[in-house]
Ligand binder design. Sequence first.
Ligand SMILES: Cc1cc2nc3c(=O)[nH]c(=O)nc-3n(C[C@H](O)[C@H](O)[C@H](O)COP(=O)(O)OP(=O)(O)OC[C@H]3O[C@@H](n4cnc5c(N)ncnc54)[C@H](O)[C@@H]3O)c2cc1C
Ligand code: SF4
Length: 472
Amino acid sequence: MGKPTGFLELDRQDRTYLPKEERVQNFREFIVPMDETDLKAQASRCMDCGVPYCHNGCPVNNQIPDWNDLVYTGDWQAALSNLHSTNNFPEFTGRICPAPCEASCTLNIDDNPVTIKSVECAIVDKGWEEGWITPQVPSHKTGKSIGIIGAGPAGMAAAQQLARAGHDVHLYEKHAKAGGLLRYGIPDFKMEKHGIDRRVEQMQAEGVTFHYDTQVGIDVTGAELEAKHDALILSGGSEVPRDLPVPGRELDGVHYAMDFLPQQNRRVGQEPIGEIEPILAEDKHVIVIGGGDTGSDCIGTSFRQGALSVTQLEIMPMPPEKENKGLTWPDWPLKMRTSTSQEEGAIRDFSVMTTALVGEDGKVTAIKCTKVDENMAPIAGSEFELKADLVLLAMGFVHPVHDGLVEELALKKDGRGNVAADTATYETSRAKVFACGDMRRGQSLVVWAIREGRQAAREVDFFLMGETVLPR
Ligand SMILES: Cc1cc2nc3c(=O)[nH]c(=O)nc-3n(C[C@H](O)[C@H](O)[C@H](O)COP(=O)(O)OP(=O)(O)OC[C@H]3O[C@@H](n4cnc5c(N)ncnc54)[C@H](O)[C@@H]3O)c2cc1C
Ligand code: SF4
């Protein structure tokens, strides 16, 4: 621990945001980084706990106290290599992770955790700026070939680990670029996409071959890839959205969030949106149904497109303003959170169930709702109607797409419809075929996808070689 009294002397300080009036004018990132002096001071607040709960709260088990100390003492390069030893892409998590590590930090017991996520992001951003992050080309080749299907964070992490272990790695992706939901779901204002391109270049130099515009199960069969490679990893995500089966669902102007968000990401990335109807929030009253991350991304995107108003409806009751730390710490607590997008002017309502969508000439014009009690039962007399020109459904994802690859390979599924595989071996019911990320665990977080990609890579390396030096 660099400074034993740091946490006693200094208050928590974090990155700030550009003012909302300014940031909604464009789709650029708006986090204002801290300067080096402030970062070192914040890192010095870490107590180097005997039992570092942060380390366990972090799904990739980042060695947080170690790099806090290295930042405090100014050894940024050692901090970077420590960070990379557990996380292939800290610049992704340093921007979009909800930071369960901070909820677990011992200093969070009195509400002032170490600013772990900002220190993480600063280490890796500095690494890129200084040119310290270069391809790690393997010194030997194993002669084994691996096909990975789906270039989201899980597939990318698995591919990088396996290429560095000397395997010939082929990453198949149905879209034109890599990144999965990081590229096509999460808006640029949360994470600009040049960071993904930079990692793709690094991975290509390390020996990963990307096959874009290749939907496995359609453009090439799973069986063909099985015959071509010594092992397959499936990392196709959890792409089937939860629907809202109410009268009026078929009206024009009612869309899934993942029909809306990728269009804007493609516009920003100067990719064609394809032969589809553009969905835009400009001059519209927008209703977002669903209170999670995806809903927030719809809100921020709608404001940047010029929406007249954005209302977000959540069926769950309003969570408590503050959690009971005695009951929840060091776990992730349920409490009221306001995202930067919600802060930009969204109206939020809780315990609301949508009962119908109303329209004129086939276009949605309003939404009918009712308040519900704690058992989700409608409360008589609480019905209300809201004007709506665009309704975005952001109620989560139920499971991976089954048509195509999953059906073709006759893979066993778990009770929720995900591809069945445990986290000890990541093996599916079919020999030589492994699964990881949202496709295996269901809708989750980028940091969990990275963890699963890394762990699956280790298991595949062990499966092929009978030994492995890759970490779990
Ligand atoms: C709008 C939105 C916002 C989110 N915000 C956050 C956030 O702020 N923080 C956070 O941590 N998490 C967030 N998440 C969740 C996070 O993005 C996912 O948990 C994570 O991306 C899962 O990674 P993955 O690699 O398992 O799958 P994905 O990212 O879904 O990647 C799967 C890839 O497989 C490809 N693919 C699928 N089937 C095939 C096939 N048959 N052939 C070829 N390619 C195929 C897909 O095109 C895709 O590129 C968000 C999710 C959404 C939808
Ligand atoms: S729990 Fe907090 S204070 Fe303790 S080691 Fe981790 S970051 Fe430092």
